[in-house]
Design a protein around this ligand. Sequence first.
Ligand code: GLN
Length: 497
Amino acid sequence: MKRKVKLICAFLLLACFIMTGCTNKGDEPKKTIKVGTNAEFPPFEYINEQGEVDGFDMAIMKAIGEEKGYEINIVNMEFKSLAASLKTGALDAVAAGMTVTEERKQTVDFSDSYYIAVQSIVLKKDSEIQSIEDLNGKKIAVQEGTTGDFLVTPEDDNEIITDKNTQVKRFKKGADAIVELKNGGVDAVVIDSSPARSFVAANEKDLKYVDVETSEESYAIAVGKGNKELLDDINEGLAAIKEKGIFDELVNQYINGNDNKVRQTSDNPIMQIIYDCKYVFIDTNGYQLLLEGLGVTIGISFAAVCLGIVLGFIIALMKLTETRKKRKTVLSVIANVYINVLRGTPVMVQLLIMYMIVFRSNMAYLAAILTFGINSGAYVAENIRAGIMAVDQGQMEGGRSLGFTYSQTMRYIILPQAIKNAFPALGNEFITLLKETSIVGYVAIRDLTKAADFIISRTYEAFYPLIAIAIIYFILVWGLTKLLAVVERRMRRSDLR
Ligand code: GLN
């Protein structure tokens, strides 16, 4: 007896140990680091349409954070103040397209370099300026405290801009410098090549740019001097995301994607459509996004359908205990609540609750599959229940009088017929589910619909990607309808035998 008690105690202790181990692992708080940037430097950092700081640097910092277990808290401030804020400890790191320079190395430590850039001269379309030397004696706008500023400010050691009459106007934002240029206040803007391309692309009719080939510089992430632990983590994270291909993906998404590719045009409307399609789907890699999205849509739908069927059966049987016992049962009450709650709230709301509250913005795919599976379960349950109710009462009586128990009669006589009855309605449910998954983009999953969304923001073309996904969804549903019809015919045929 004593041994038994000891054994049980040991077992309980072990269980507690394992459970606390598991929960600790899941809840382990991530270290939060404050990452400073200046969101005026597209495509490395900018304010996106949702008003959040977005861009290549933010994306790589988040990817590194994922790798190394850091929560990233982005702080947007003036470029000039970034290095100083590292020093005071107001920031832990800076990701701002910051160039590694000897002067800056005195105050901060730099990670391995992740990008090579040059300086560019942005000019009015009709400008005759061709090189950096031509800027001597001109009016130039720059972003204050940047390498562009250092390149053209006529100091004693500046060998290129030697004319002391050269005027440099310093702006807090690159975009303001561009406005100054468009208004004729300056002759040129000198700024890093990537934002130069972004600005010119957005003002294609008025502006052009020339690269200063000799001004190569490399970007790195900065940390406070001596913060070796964080620096090592950043370098390791950077290496890991490069190795996994995440880095290149982000380059494509943010830097290459924003680079407006040359578009062919034609007076022939048919040729124009062909050129447009080529641009949207091939030149800017739209087809790849669509294929990936298609895989995600099919995967989530399939997993959710399977879960929905299992849950639907269970809930239907729970609800049927009421018919059998001719009174409410605990099981039937639970089933009713389940069905009413899930049918009574929008699936979009359910998805957000599942993702943001239950999963705390983690594991989006699992959250989506569970949401759609659980939601679908409510509808499947009602379909199956209707299918069971449609089976003649005499079937149950017949089964029982043959000596079958209730569950045997259910399993061998009623359910096979019920499934046949419910089949068309179930098919409908699967089709609805496939289309309903088009909202998963809200929890940052790249499904088919989200892929179209991406293509639109890359190409500024809405027509082709939207029509393309409409056609793809249609083909999917059409194929599914055909498949369901074949299965149904098979089932009926076996009926006749
Ligand atoms: N690369 C430039 C520098 O480090 C500009 C960076 C920026 O404006 N965000 O000075």
